[in-house]
Design a binder for this molecule. Sequence first.
Ligand SMILES: *Cc1c(COP(=O)(O)O)cnc(C)c1O
Length: 356
Amino acid sequence: MRQATVYIDSDALQYNFNRVKQLAPHSKIVSMVKANAYGHGVKDCLAALDATDAFGVACLEEALEIRQLGYTQPITLIEGIFSEDEMTHVIEQKLECIVHHTQQVEWLIQHKQAYNALGLKVWVKLNNGMNRLGFKVTEIIDVIQRLKAEGFTCVLAMHFANADVDHPLNEQQIEQFLQVKEACAPILSSCCNSAAIYKYPELHFDFVRPGIMLYGASPFADKNIHDLDLKAVMTFSAEIIALNQIQQGECVGYGSTYAATCPSKIAIVSIGYGDGYPRAYTQQNFVAIDQQLIPVVGRVSMDMMAIDITNIKAELGTKVELWGPNRLVDDVATANGTIGYELLCRLSNRPRRKII
Ligand SMILES: *Cc1c(COP(=O)(O)O)cnc(C)c1O
């Protein structure tokens, strides 16, 4: 059988969750499990995250999946509902909505009795510079006052555009957020994703919303998970299925982009872009075998790729770590011109999944 496997380490997930608790001891934790728990498999991850105060997802379908699995924690729909008919499910399944445009506010007010009777909060999104979702500073105070007058409990929420770096917009976003928070006081509030949890301890407020850090990948380009004291949750692995001895000058793979500079031992690994391993390859890329880094050579194909094992002992069936504790997904991402988030989320469902 083809050995392409995604291992999920639930102890590592719990370790990272406890890191959030350590960093933000006075805030409730909304664990972000959108996009199938960042590609990790929502079913396995929820079990490890059972101590969380709430979950955050991108849409109703993702919330319903969590309810079907039997979890009763609050769930926030971080983009709110997409049409009024979704309110039926919101009420039935006790889901909390974000509102980021006026129509969502009207839909919610139509159902205010049922919604408020369930003790659900409304998250009101401020657009303070990211210009993706939310009400402008000039609009949001009226929206919050209206919702409060209709009996809703509001959470003021925003999202940083540059929490992972030093950027002048950060100060502007913080200033506007605090200004609205003060104008609407008393109000619950939430503005920290993973990067901001590390960077802005003074802004943790009532709810923090960690995503990537839970899964043991870094939100920062210049800090890895060891710097952040996190553990890799996913190990993506495959096996060597063929060995080739090639001569100097011989090429490997499509496009013959790689030519051996000396006699080389090449191993073919049963993994490719059809599994979610990136084909891009802008810089030299590596896999790990027994904690040792081994170069990837030539183009990655749909089901296979080649590595240069000239300097190590490896044979048919040797396990190869595409990413995991010994070859960080963030490093694979950097070598391929993307970020860990993307590689994790875009894994295909071809690899088997195992929880450990
Ligand atoms: C995805 C998301 C998060 C989590 O972001 P990370 O960078 O993965 O920690 C937090 N808040 C909102 C609104 C999100 O959409």
